[in-house]
Design a protein around this ligand. Structure first.
Ligand code: SDX
Length: 371
């Protein structure tokens, strides 16, 4: 019977496989990529170096980095089929739908989609990493009724994102804050979207199918969609003076407060202090004190009322807002970064595959004859 089967709802606490990509230690609020603390990576490395690390397990030498960056810059442009299909999407669709569709098109166009092996799949992963910003910016510009801006191969990854969206690169401190968000979002063990990618990969399906599944999983507000929900919430609060009353109303109505809590961390998210610091810098350069005040007030109130800490989406939401991105572009920005972690996990799953197929405990009617 089902009563003697232990059920782990939401797979909470279940260790589903091994990984060598990153390690989360909730007890010490620590996160390392291949052993390197993310705070140190943010202080000393570019997102490009960290992307290399996530795929290769080691930081690049100067030569390796040069080659890696050159490849990324040379692969940013999109083919005409992808651009045409993006042009046919309703401008009212969520940009995550545009990313998901474009990745699907890239898979359909890739005649070697099913080619097995690490080398072939790493090349596909790097091409997606190079093209996703171009896809996002193309959709954004079209929606604004503006001409597309081609990728600029003289610019770094993060600078180029700004250039393609807005036609200009902001102050280096703003670009650095954005780069920090990319490093912090890159990888986080068996989160829901990464696990979705691994489930698809475990059937020996292709990398593009796994990435589209991951994009779909990330879109939800309990996962990546939270960074958008955070900013909508902050706009609704409006002023720090209203934060406590606003929060009490939400909690009384049993509403989840976006950007707070985490399945793994119970005493704070290892990435928040670094991203909060970046937000403070951005706010200082963009007249953003109002949102910093709302941030502080909500953070304090949530600790007082529920003893629940913010997660990474809490500081990144207002940071992206102050950088000038539309709110519904925030989760796509998460994708630009997490494509590295997702595909590293896809490669890891391919290298030592076992079909992911758990059991369920049946609770329906006992067996009975069909009348
Ligand atoms: C990401 O897994 C990852 O690593 C994800 C991620 C990554 O890098 O990939 O870190 C990115 O997805 C961050 C999370 C973004 N989501 C949100 O900010 C949405 C709001 N957060 C919550 O819905 C919630 O905290 C979750 C979904 C993140 C975690 O949910 P759990 O582990 O299932 O916990 P729970 O919902 O069962 O909460 C436990 C208790 C409950 O109270 P009790 O019933 O025990 O009294 O804490 C309360 C919850 O009500 N609680 C909250 C809350 N989060 C937890 N109450 C109000 N607001 C919240 N945000």
């Amino acid at each position: 019977s089902s009563s003697d089967t232990e059920v782990h709802r939401g797979l909470a606490g279940v260790v589903a496989d091994t990984t060598s990509i990153s390690k989360v230690v909730p007890e010490t609020n620590s996160l390392t990529y291949s052993g390197y603390p993310v705070q140190e990576l943010c202080a000393k490395c570019s997102f490009e170096q960290v992307a290399y690390l996530i795929w290769h397990g080691e930081l690049p030498t100067e030569d390796q980095l040069r080659g890696f960056v050159e490849t990324e810059r040379s692969q940013r442009e999109l083919g005409s089929a992808t651009l045409e299909i993006l042009d046919r999407l309703p401008t009212t669709c969520h940009p995550m739908d545009a990313l998901r569709t474009a990745v699907s098109v890239l898979g359909a166009e890739d005649e070697t989609e099913d080619e097995p092996g690490r080398e072939a799949n790493l090349a596909k992963a790097q091409a997606l990493y190079a093209k996703l910003p171009t896809i996002m910016a193309a959709f954004y510009r079209r929606r604004q009724g503006l001409d597309r801006i081609a990728p600029d191969p003289s610019l770094g990854f993060s600078e180029n994102v700004f250039q393609m969206c807005f036609g200009k690169v902001p102050a280096p401190e703003i670009v650095a804050a954005f780069d920090t968000s990319m490093i912090l979002y890159a990888e986080h063990s068996f989160n829901a979207s990464t696990f979705a990618a691994r489930v698809v990969t475990s059937t020996l399906s292709d990398l593009y199918s796994a990435v589209t599944a991951a994009i779909g999983a990330l879109k939800g507000p309990l996962h990546g969609g939270a960074n958008e929900a955070v900013m909508r919430m902050m706009l609704d609060v409006g002023d720090a003076d209203r934060a406590v009353a606003w929060l009490d109303e939400q909690l009384a109505a049993k509403q989840k407060v976006m950007g707070f809590g985490h399945r793994v961390y119970r005493n704070g998210d290892s990435r928040v202090p670094t991203m909060k610091e970046a937000l403070i810098k951005v706010a200082g350069l963009t007249d953003g004190q109002q949102w910093l005040d709302v941030y502080q007030a909500l953070e304090q109130a949530m600790l007082d009322r529920k003893n629940i800490h913010p997660n990474l989406d809490f500081p990144s939401g207002p940071a992206y807002y102050l950088m000038g991105f539309d709110i519904d572009m925030f989760t796509p920005l998460f994708v630009l970064s997490r494509i590295t972690g997702w595909t590293a996990h896809i490669l890891e799953q391919q290298a030592a595959n076992s079909l992911i197929r758990p059991l369920s405990a049946y609770t329906g009617p006992e067996q009975r004859p069909v009348p």
